[in-house]
Design a protein around this ligand. Structure first.
Ligand code: AP5
Length: 280
């Protein structure tokens, strides 16, 4: 197994604008330092304790809008957005010599659009297991992505004595997914996500949040997108059956504006929780 060791203090690896974006709307709600950087780094603020925190997994093909929804749901549910893709992208911002050979190899997989090997991803998540106990709850985005990852997550949650609330599966026709990916623009500095036509920035080419330069993600090039969609069909799609069997799966149509999709998700989640409480 590849061991992912906690690295040297890394706040300096992440541009200030990223930290500012993470903290600007409400610092008590959104400090992901523990997740993005791993131990020994810790979040500067602890979310307020809530009764029945939401502990969710977002499933769906690349480009369906998981990251966009996680950002909106986070504001509504106060749960932390835990994206494995964001951990890799944060590492990508470090200088070459600050990356372990294992992380360099993981970034090569990502660049090609292939899944990073399970052993590496699982070690990385285990290292961040404390985030699963976060008292504000969590929204996992991009993890688990294989049945092996899902089985390991079950064991990890058992060890941490926490339970999943629900798994949301976003669905969208493949043509619309490709359109979302090919139009996606990401801020080089703070990683905020826009879309050329659906969610354009106020000033062309410039981030609304930090005025950083917007560009296309390397893995949104057509050749990588094909590889990512194949990897989804082969490795991640089977998770729908996996979570159906655990009676945790909620399916939400991802068509409509981001706010529409978020409203549909919240309605489904609250109905789900009411049914659960009524049957308990
Ligand atoms: P990751 O970062 O997880 O990427 P992904 O799953 O491919 O998902 P995306 O970020 O591409 O899309 P999204 O669904 O979040 O859509 P978004 O909200 O941005 O992973 C990247 C790579 O890291 C993987 O390929 C792999 O190599 C590696 N990796 C990560 N986790 C791993 C794991 N567990 N195991 C192995 N490898 C792993 O939206 C897309 C676009 O659509 C945006 O432009 C957005 O503005 C727009 N949009 C969103 N919603 C709407 C809407 N409702 N209407 C119109 N436009 C919309």
């Amino acid at each position: 197994m590849i061991r992912v060791t906690a690295s040297t203090p890394v706040l300096s690896y992440i541009p200030f604008s990223v930290v500012r974006e993470m903290l600007m709307d409400n610092p008590r709600k959104h400090d992901r330092t523990s997740w993005l950087q791993g131990p020994p780094e810790t979040c500067s603020t602890v979310p307020p304790a809530v009764d029945n925190p939401w502990r969710l997994i977002l499933l769906g093909a690349p480009g369906v809008g998981k990251g966009t929804q996680a950002a909106l749901l986070r504001k509504e549910l106060h749960a932390c957005h835990l994206s494995t893709g964001d951990v890799f992208r944060a590492a990508k911002g470090r200088s070459e010599c600050d990356l372990t050979p294992a992380m360099k190899s993981a970034l090569d997989y990502m660049h090609r659009g292939e899944l990073v090997p399970d052993s590496f991803v699982l070690a990385m998540v285990r290292e961040r297991a404390a985030c699963l106990r976060c008292r504000g709850g969590f929204i996992l985005d991009g993890f688990p992505r294989t049945v092996e990852q899902a089985e390991s997550l079950n064991l990890l949650l058992h060890d941490e004595r926490v339970h999943l609330t629900a798994v949301i599966n976003y669905e969208l026709p493949v043509g619309e997914i490709v359109a979302r990916l090919s139009g996606r623009l990401t801020c080089q500095r703070c990683k905020a996500v826009f879309h050329g036509t659906e969610r354009p920035p106020k000033v062309t080419g410039s981030c609304d949040i930090c005025e950083g330069k917007l560009n296309q993600r390397e893995d949104d090039r057509p050749e990588s997108v094909r590889v990512r969609l194949d990897a989804y069909d082969r490795s991640t799609f089977p998770l729908i059956q996996f979570y159906k069997r655990s009676a945790l799966l909620l399916t939400v149509a991802a068509a409509g504006t981001p706010q529409d999709v978020c409203s549909k998700t919240l309605t489904a989640l609250h109905a789900w929780r009411s049914r659960y409480i009524a049957s308990a």
